[in-house]
Design a protein around this ligand. Sequence first.
Ligand code: FE2
Length: 314
Amino acid sequence: MNILIYAMLTVGIIQMIVNIWKYTQFLRSLRDVLSAGRGRVRIWKYVALVLLIFFLLGYLLVTFKGKPDIIIAGILFGGSIFVAIMLTITFMLMSRTKERSIDIAEVLIGVIDARDPNLNGHSRHVQNLTMLLYEYIPSPKKKLINPVSLEYAALMHDVGKLGIPEIILNKPDKLTDEEWQVMKKHPEIGVKILEPLKSFRHVFPWILYHHEHIDGTGYHGLKGWRIPYASRIIAIADTYSAITMKRSYKEPRSHDEALAIMQSVAGTQLDSDLVEIFCNIPKNKVLACKPEKVDFDIGDSTNQILSEQSSDKQ
Ligand SMILES: [Fe+2]
C-alpha cells in the first residue's frame, strides 16, 4: 500500500511540475494579439491558477506533515491529472481562437489585395520586412514587443484601405489634396474595422500611428518617442516596401536607392536608429522578404514620400 501511495504522490508531483511549466507557457502565449483578451480563455486562466495553487498546497502539506493515506494520495494524484486535462483543453480553446484570428486576417488581406491591385503583396512584404528588422533590434527593445502581435499588426497595417473609395485607391495619377485627406483616414478606419476583434486591441495604436514622422509632421502629429516603437518599425518596412514596389506611374527603385532615400529622411520622417539597423541587414536577407509571384507595385507610402519630398522642394 505504501508503495502505491508514494508512487501516486511522486507521479503527481512530476505532473504538477509539468502543469506549472504548461501554465507559464499558456500565460506567455496570452500576450500575443491572436489569443489575448478572449473571454473563455481568460476564465480558464483563473480557474487553472486556483486549481494549481490548491493542489500545490496539498502536496506541500503532505510533504511537511507526512504519513499520507491512500485517499489523500488519490485526491492529489487525481487533482494533478485533472489540472493537466484542464490545461490541455485551454490550449485547444486558445489554438482554435488563434486559427480563427489568422483566418480573419487572411480574409481581410485577400480583400485588400483584390480591391487594390497596386497593393498586391505589399501587406505580406511589410510583414516579412518587419519581422526581419525585429530580428536585428537590440534585445532590451525586443522584449518590449510581442513578435506575434508585431507580425499581425504589420500584416494588417493598411486594412483601413478597405474603407477608402476605389476611385482614390486605384487612381493612376497623383492624388489631389482632398483625396489625400481621405487617404490619410485609413489608419483610423483600420482600427474601426478591427475593433470587434478584441484580441487586437493592444495593437490598435501600432496600426493607428504607422504614418507618424519622427519630427511630428505625420498624420497625427506624434513626435519622437511618443510614436509607439512598433509603429516606427512598421514604418521602416512600409517605406522600404513602398519605394521598391512598382506602380503604374512609376518604376520600382533598387535596394540601394531605397536605402539612400530612407537615410535621407532618417531623423525627420523615420527613426534614425532603426534606419541604421535596417541598412546594416545583409542585402540578400532583405531581398528575400519579397513574396513570391508578385509584380511589385507601390503602396500609398511611396506616393506619400514622393509627394512630401516634392512639396518640401516647393
Ligand atoms: Fe498605410
